[in-house]
Each structure stands twice: as C-alpha cells, then as structure tokens.
Design a binder for this molecule. Structure first.
Ligand code: OOG
Ligand code: MG
Length: 273
C-alpha cells in the first residue's frame, strides 16, 4: 500500500475548517442566500471536502430526513466543460429533495436553480461499497428517466472541486420517472431531451455519461468506498447529467429518455402573488 504523503492530515469531524465550511453551507441553504467569496472560505482538500459534505448532510438527517440515494457529478464532458472542472464527484440525496413525477417544485427556497437531464438507477439490496464496483453493478435492478435541480450555494455557481464537493455537489431536488427493469446492454446510447417552458429544448444521449452510464456506478463505488458513503436497499443513484444544465424556468420541465419514458414537474415561485 502507498504511504500517505506527510502533508495529508487525518480528517476528523472536529476539524475546524470542515466544520466552518459545513456551517456556512448550512446557513446558505437555510437562508437561500449564496456564499460570497470574500477570501475567508476555508481551504479544504478533497478528503476534508467530503467530510464537510457528510457533516452538512448529517444536519439534514438529524432533523429527520432520510438518505434516499447517492448522485454523481461531472460524468459528462458537457458538464465538466460548463463548470470548469475535470473530476467526477459524488453527493448524497435525501427524501426531502424528492419531487413526485408530475408534482410541483417551489423555487422560493432556492438561490439560482438549474435543471439537468439524467438517468437514475435503483439499488435492490444493501451494498457494501468496499466490495468493489461489480458488487454495486450487480445490485442495481432498474433504471428510470430523471431530472435533477441543482442549486450551488456559491455565488454565480463559482467553485473549485473541494467547494462543490463540500456543497453536496449542488444537490437541491430531483424527480424520477417510471422504472424499467435494467437491460444492461440497452442503456448505452439512448436519446435524451429536456423541454423547458419558453426556452430551447436541450438534446443529448446517455452515451455522454462516461461513454456508458454503467460506468457511473463503477465510479461511485470507488468514490463511495474512499469517502465513507453507504447505500441501501431501495436507494437511488443519479448517474450525472447527460448535457449541460439550464437555468430552471417557471412552468413545466419535461425530460424524456428513449425507451425509458419521461418525467415532468411544474415549477412555481411561491413568492409571486
Ligand atoms: C455540480 C453538480 C453536478 C452533474 O450531474 O454533473 C451534477 C454543479 O454543476 O453545480 O449534478
Ligand atoms: Mg446532476
């Protein structure tokens, strides 16, 4: 085994920089006000950033939310290019982020939401991510069209990799369409479209997700094992956007994935009279 370089320090939940980041991110979520870069942001390495994410999501769990799944970020070149980063990251979903298919999302509590088309996997049984990528792959039984609403807690969606990891990969809300039994051979190149009210339709393919969306699961197993993620029976995996994200307009958002079907939500602003 490779020895850790000396400057890499052990992260504990008492790490002050980790706590400070989680505090500020938590406040940004609660107040729906972005974090302005005033030079005081704690300098986190990637391991600390994942610890801050765990702390941040832990606060949601402490008030009764339940982990509903995990998500990948930056699994497509389109997303990497849009956000100026070049590494795959992972985050956590909770039940409070779920919007039912056909349901309504109120943007009143969000900062500057964007939406992106995704596919979602379902995990049929508890998996120990330390058992390796194929164990996670073997446990996935179904796939669905999905949409994810992201809402960076940083002003202007401006972040580097540790910042976006600490911010739970900008996770804010998601909706899942109808489930299909997973045909492992058949999801590698499905046409994806995202229709928005008063904005051009975005088009892409599931092939944009790492050339094969099943690789998202392999990458998740590796990241998850390294950074203490858990995944349980019935939980979801969002594979990462197939196209760049678009500003989330009010009205209907519909994502369709060939052969899998579609998912739609209605976006409202509870602040407008
Ligand atoms: C980070 C979230 C990335 C995806 O699907 O690539 C992500 C962001 O773009 O703010 O969810
Ligand atoms: Mg996403």
């Amino acid at each position: 085994m490779r020895a850790l370089p000396k400057e890499e320090h052990t992260v504990t939940s008492n790490d002050e920089a980790v706590k400070a980041a989680a505090d500020r991110l938590h406040e940004a979520v609660e107040t729906a006000r972005p974090i302005i870069d005033d030079g005081t942001w704690p300098d986190l390495d990637l391991a600390q950033a994942y610890a801050a994410q765990a702390d941040l999501v832990g606060r949601r769990l402490a008030r009764g939310e339940r982990q509903s799944g995990l998500k990948l970020g930056f699994t497509s070149l389109a997303k990497m290019a849009q956000m100026g980063v070049s590494e795959i990251i992972a985050g956590r979903l909770t039940d409070a982020m779920a919007v039912p298919d056909g349901g309504t999302l109120d943007v009143a509590g969000l900062i500057h939401p964007r939406v992106e088309p995704e596919i979602c996997f379902r995990v049929a049984r508890d998996v120990d991510l330390a058992d390796g990528p194929e164990a996670l792959l073997a446990a996935v039984d179904a796939v669905a069209p999905a949409l994810e609403v992201i809402d960076s807690r940083y002003d202007g969606f401006s972040f580097d990799l540790p910042r976006v990891v600490a911010d739970n990969t900008s996770a804010a809300a998601y909706a899942i369409g109808p489930w299909s039994a997973l045909d492992r051979a058949g999801i590698g190149d499905l046409a994806v479209s995202m229709e928005l009210t008063d904005a051009p339709t975005t088009r892409g393919s599931t092939q944009a997700i790492l050339g094969d969306p099943l690789d998202a699961l392999r990458r998740l197993a590796a990241i998850g094992a390294a950074h203490g993620f858990t995944i349980h029976e019935g939980e979801l995996v969002l594979a990462g956007a197939a196209t760049a994200a678009a500003p989330l307009p009010l009205g209907t958002v519909r994502v369709a994935v060939a052969t899998l079907g579609e998912v739609a939500i209605t976006v409202v602003d509870g602040r407008t009279p």
